[in-house]
Design a protein around this ligand. Structure first.
Ligand code: RTP
Ligand code: MG
Length: 159
């Protein structure tokens, strides 16, 4: 699955509550993950307490959408994944499409947000936006997962 000479990269993906609530959408998203050669390294379902939601989105505190975002993300079960492939971070964000659903439908009609997003807040999926946030977010959802150790031990098997 890994192209020659390309390094495996990890990203943290979330299927947000609106998408987990719909079994067909969840299944379509899983299909996307596999079709695009991502390897699922870890996966878990969880429900956030309001405080966890506030902490995860602390960088957006004070923005006009913060309260509804925090409320929405703690409104029901979501599914978190550690995904791996080459350029995982940017490839996953490409598949998600732009944050705003109208823009996603206009510019990237086959993206996950264009196909399944309900509003700019209920926009189906999340993906880390840099290597640093991927590491921080992986630790947030999978505190027992050691990125460095996993890379050293497992990455060679994908070459
Ligand atoms: P994400 O962090 O979820 O992967 O999405 P992103 O980078 O594309 O978007 P970001 O600007 O980081 O915003 C985080 C999440 O806040 C919600 N949001 N709502 N206008 C609105 O109502 C609005 N704007 C942003 C979305 O759920 C977005 O994914
Ligand atoms: Mg973001």
């Amino acid at each position: 699955t890994l192209r020659r000479g390309k390094a495996l990269q990890l990203t943290l993906a979330i299927v947000k509550p609106d998408a987990v609530a719909h079994p067909l959408i969840l299944e379509a998203l899983h299909q996307k993950i596999l079709e695009n050669n991502f390897i699922v390294i870890r996966s878990r379902e969880l429900v956030w307490k309001r405080q966890e939601s506030e902490r995860f989105y602390a960088e957006h505190a004070g923005r006009f959408f913060y309260q509804r975002l925090v409320e929405y993300m703690s409104s029901g079960p979501m599914q978190a994944y550690i995904l791996a492939r080459d350029d995982a971070i940017s490839r996953w964000r490409e598949l998600m499409g732009p944050t705003k659903v109208f823009r996603a439908r206009y510019t990237s009609p086959s993206s996950m947000r264009a196909l399944y997003g309900l509003t700019d807040t209920r926009n189906t999926t999340h993906g880390s936006d840099s290597v640093e946030s991927a590491h921080r977010e992986i630790a947030f959802f999978f505190p027992e997962f050691n990125v460095r150790e996993w890379m050293e031990r497992s990455e060679p098997f994908f070459r």
